[in-house]
Design a protein around this ligand. Structure first.
Ligand code: H2B
Length: 97
């Protein structure tokens, strides 16, 4: 069963707690640009998050060049942002801290 998308209140609350994450123009995804000191640290972050994502069965869209990782989170099955996106975003902030 697809998770319900967050309503406006839930989304605002989630975003207030997710440092650096922004809502996309169409309101269907959130994104953040992470920057690391080098490629190994950027890729280490992605490796860590790949294991978390697989366990959650919730997978990021992301783009890496050298020390940058640009991440977009959305719940395809639900057609928008769900608690899974908020959870994964929070895990990413923790891992990148
Ligand atoms: C079939 C499979 O379980 C689904 O497609 C899962 C896999 N990973 C997923 N990841 C994300 N980000 N959104 C989804 O809706 C999603 N669905």
């Amino acid at each position: 069963m697809a998770k319900p998308t967050l309503n406006q209140d839930e989304l605002n609350t989630a975003l207030a707690e997710l440092e650096g994450w922004e809502l996309s123009g169409d309101g269907k995804s959130i994104s953040k640009k992470f920057k690391f000191s080098n490629f190994v640290n950027a890729f280490g972050f992605m490796t860590k998050m790949a294991i978390v994502a697989e366990k959650m069965n919730h997978h990021p869209e992301w783009f890496n060049v050298y020390n940058r990782v640009e991440v977009t989170l959305t719940t395809h099955d639900s057609g928008g942002i769900t608690e899974l996106d908020a959870k994964l975003a929070a895990r990413m902030n923790k891992a990148a801290a």
